[in-house]
Design a protein. Structure first.
Length: 429
């Protein structure tokens, strides 16, 4: 764990190194993914079967080996413990309500020249949703991907999720039932992403692929962008907590560990204006992490990528936060508004002492699929717009063409495109 003070003579250099650090890039991964995608494109289901056996020790033979039925998902939902079922339903309800408010409006108007102009939003025909298996299965990720797609109006939702050694997660199946997923395929990794993009004998291709995964999944999405749309290239989780010394250090330690336990390459950063308080939080991280079932991952993440920065004034954290452009930013301070008003680059911001990031992962409503790796400088979290596209439209009658056509023809001639000009001038005659 790095401990920095804004007054250190080499602070700018050390901080810039943290900002520029890339925890999700690996040329070897890129080469392996390229080979896997080429194999899936060429051999389809045969490649999927071989790769699934190799990576997940799951044999794809019968229909039940390949996919999970809607009835299995309903059964899993019906069998849920009452409290857990209520929690899942609450999460789904809140996620749906938040994303319904995101639906864009069409435009349709006639301007002063007589041109009818506008734009119409339509959903993609099919979306592929990646739901991690492997280290952990996340029903929350399924809800966060599937519900916005359904709200957008996507006709077909195909989930891919690995089932290591044939094991399925009933909570994921229950979430699929609640979200109205159409298909669930028992494949994961880069080869599953390739199957969604290219299509195979069993799996029809999709238009958009969303959802988080490991480095191989992220790299596959990166390489396939253009063949399909993607939400983003997601890397290891991140959290930046800006906290004063009035917080219980146990709370802040738990917040930092909530992301560290995701992945050895996850990053947790604390900015505070009290060096003694920083030491208290660090001590509590040591104590809490030792008691976690995920301690091996959390401790490695904190040791390798954790950072504590001590500033003189918490307003100095704004510039640092904008440079870090973190996936999650917590403002655990007495008056968070001045900080919130000036933070421009963040995936999601959690305001106040009683707004832990973990609430956003499950039940708050906004999407938890967020830009990582400093990409919040130019990217946003998953939304209904990731499953929609906008078509503009233009309608002219004879008078409208007379009003604007000559200018268009003049520009076409100036650009050396006479056929463009003629297509306008022929109508003007």
């Amino acid at each position: 764990m790095q401990l920095l003070s804004i007054n250190d003579p080499d602070f700018e250099t050390a901080f810039r190194k943290i900002v520029d650090d890339r925890r999700d890039g690996d040329a070897n991964v890129a080469n392996q993914v390229a080979s896997i995608l080429a194999d899936v494109k060429t051999r389809g289901d045969s490649a999927l079967a071989d790769l699934t056996q190799r990576f997940d020790r799951h044999t794809l033979e019968s229909d039940a080996d390949w996919s999970i039925s809607a009835q299995q998902c309903k059964t899993a939902f019906d069998k849920l413990d009452g409290d857990l079922k209520s929690a899942l339903e609450l999460a789904a309800t809140r996620i749906r309500a938040y994303h319904e408010a995101q639906l864009p409006e069409d435009r349709d108007y006639t301007d002063e020249a007589g041109l009818r102009l506008g734009a119409r939003w339509t959903a993609v025909d099919a979306a592929g949703l990646y739901v991690p298996g492997g280290r952990a299965a996340y029903p929350s990720s399924l809800l966060m991907n599937a519900i916005p797609a359904k709200v957008a109006g996507v006709g077909r939702l195909a989930v891919v999720t690995p089932t290591p050694r044939g094991e399925v997660n009933d909570l994921v199946l229950a979430a699929a039932h609640l979200a109205g997923v159409d298909e669930i395929w028992r494949v994961g990794g880069a080869h599953a992403v390739g199957a969604l993009a290219y299509g195979t004998q069993r799996i029809d291709r999709v238009d958009v692929i969303t959802g988080p995964g490991n480095a191989y999944v992220a790299e596959a999405k990166r390489q396939l962008y253009g063949v399909v749309g993607i939400d983003m290239v997601a890397g290891p989780s991140e959290i930046l907590v800006i906290a004063d010394n009035q917080n219980d250090p146990d709370w802040i330690a738990a917040d930092l560990l909530s992301q560290a336990e995701h992945d050895p390459n996850a990053q947790s950063i604390l900015i505070t204006d009290d060096a003694a308080y920083a030491a208290q939080v660090s001590d509590r991280i040591d104590v809490q992490s030792a008691m976690l079932e995920t301690k091996k991952v959390a401790q490695q993440s904190w040791a390798d990528h954790g950072v504590i920065i001590v500033v003189d004034d918490l307003m100095q954290s704004v510039e640092l936060a904008n440079a870090l452009a973190a996936e999650h930013v917590e403002l655990a301070v007495e008056d968070p508004r001045p900080l919130f008003d000036d933070i421009r680059h963040a995936g999601s911001i959690f305001i106040g002492r009683h707004a832990p990031e973990a609430v956003g992962d499950y039940v708050a409503g906004p999407n938890h699929v967020l830009p990582t790796g400093r990409r919040a400088r130019f990217a946003s979290g998953l939304s209904v717009l990731d499953f929609m596209k906008r078509s503009s439209f233009i309608e002219l009658d004879e008078n409208a063409l007379k009003a604007v056509g000559p200018a268009a023809a003049a520009l076409a001639h100036a650009e050396g495109l006479p056929a463009h000009a003629k297509s306008i001038e022929a109508r003007l005659k």
